[in-house]
Design a protein around this ligand. Structure first.
Ligand SMILES: [Fe+2]
Length: 109
C-alpha cells in the first residue's frame, strides 16, 4: 500500500505533470520527433499511475482505510515531497485521481 502511494501515485504522477512543459519546449525548439516520443511516454505513464492507483485503492479498502486521506497521511509519515500544483489534471483524472483529491493536494490544510 505504501509503495503504491509513493511510487506510482507520487513519483510517476509527478511525471504526468512534468511532461507537457518539456514537450512544449521540445516542440518550440523544432524537435517534433522527441515531442512525439513524450506523447507516447505520457500515455504509457497514465497507465502506470492508473494501475498503482487501482491497487492503492484496493489495498486501502482491504484495510478499511479511506484511500485519499490515507494517501496524504502517508506522504506526511514518510516525509515525501508534497505534490506541487499545477497538476496535469486531465492526465491525473484519467489515472484515477479525483477532482476533490487534486483540490486537497493543491491546498493542503
Ligand atoms: Fe512509469
Amino acid at each position: 500500500m505504501v509503495r503504491m502511494a509513493l511510487v506510482p501515485r507520487l513519483l510517476e504522477a509527478r511525471g504526468l505533470d512534468a511532461t507537457p512543459p518539456i514537450r512544449a519546449r521540445l516542440a518550440q525548439a523544432g524537435d517534433e520527433a522527441s515531442a512525439r516520443l513524450l506523447d507516447i511516454i505520457l500515455h504509457d505513464e497514465i497507465g502506470h499511475v492508473g494501475l498503482g492507483d487501482a491497487w492503492f485503492r484496493r489495498l486501502c479498502g482491504e484495510r478499511g482505510l479511506e484511500a485519499e486521506p490515507t494517501y496524504r497521511e502517508l506522504l506526511t509519515i514518510y516525509g515525501a515531497p508534497w505534490p506541487q500544483a499545477p497538476f496535469n489534471e486531465a492526465a491525473r483524472l484519467a489515472a484515477g485521481f479525483s477532482t476533490a483529491e487534486l483540490a486537497a493536494l493543491a491546498h493542503p490544510d
